[in-house]
Design a protein around this ligand. Structure first.
Ligand code: NAD
Length: 244
């Protein structure tokens, strides 16, 4: 596949390689995406991740949030693609991963410089007093919904719900890194969630190269991508890593 060779060449010659990942990179770890045929939106109503709905119906939301993300919290393992990205960082090629995922799998794979644009399932936060808790410690008690031990308020996962802003520090770091990037690997994202989906376009506008990995044509990157590897994340990285 000539795209693989082009991609490898770009990666090797890059001065500031960034990876922008989405739910698709974790599909082969067993975590459903949002928008595919077996995606979460086919089974659940997206409003359970809407901040206004959550505030009004926290018990109902937690029932589903627990089922989707926390019941199997420790079962999910990074796949070859997550590990390949950790290796590319270790080798000095990859400077940062900006992920839309909240599943902690880039960290679990050993990547060090990871910006979690939409937050993480590792933590729970109290919307009232802003105390932050380790998810695992709270969830193993299996008391739903989880309660803040400081002020008795119902805790919220420390990830961004619809209607909430992106944390300002993560937002500005993501845009700063992207401005520096001359090559961006875009993997497993539909590019339908903004403002995250703006990032590849910035690289493109600055004259950089977009390498997209997706088994399907994702709408947003049609104009932006330079190299399209039409494959799953694991398939693509298995080929790419033969050259490293
Ligand atoms: P999305 O569901 O909108 O799109 C998933 C994309 O991944 C699609 O383009 C699909 O073709 C592609 N894909 C499917 N299987 C793949 C594979 N094996 N390898 C590579 N690509 C594959 O997801 P999104 O673009 O990340 O945006 C939706 C939001 O969903 C994000 O904000 C994210 O926070 C959230 N989300 C996260 C998780 C997670 O943390 N694992 C899971 C579901 C949703």
């Amino acid at each position: 596949m000539s795209e693989i060779r082009f991609a490898v060449e770009k990666i090797k010659n890059s001065s500031f390689l960034v990876c922008f990942s989405g739910a698709g990179i974790s599909a082969e770890s067993g975590i459903p995406t949002f928008r595919d045929e077996d995606g979460l939106w086919k089974k659940y109503d997206p409003k359970i991740f809407d901040i206004v709905f959550f505030k009004q119906n926290p018990h109902k939301c937690w029932q589903y949030i627990y089922e989707i993300f926390y019941e199997k919290y420790t079962d999910f393992e990074p796949n070859f693609a997550h590990k390949a990205l950790a290796k590319l960082e270790q080798l000095g090629y990859l400077k940062v991963i900006i992920t839309q995922n909240i599943d902690n799998l880039h960290h679990k794979a050993g990547s060090k410089n990871v910006l979690e644009f939409h937050g993480t399932i590792r933590e729970l936060i109290c919307p009232r007093c802003r105390s932050v808790f380790n998810t695992f410690e709270i969830i193993k008690k299996k008391k739903m919904p989880p309660i803040c031990t400081n002020c008795n308020n119902i805790l919220k996962p420390n990830f961004v719900f619809f209607g909430e802003p992106i944390p300002s520090d993560i937002y500005s770091s993501s845009f700063e890194y992207t401005q520096k990037s001359d090559v961006m690997i875009v993997v497993g994202t539909s590019g339908e969630v903004y403002p995250a989906a703006l990032l590849p376009q910035i690289v493109k506008n600055n004259g950089g190269t977009i390498i997209e990995i997706n088994p399907k044509n994702a709408a947003f990157a049609n104009e932006a991508k330079d190299i399209f590897i039409k494959a799953t994340a694991v398939e693509a990285f298995q080929e790419i890593m033969k050259f490293f």
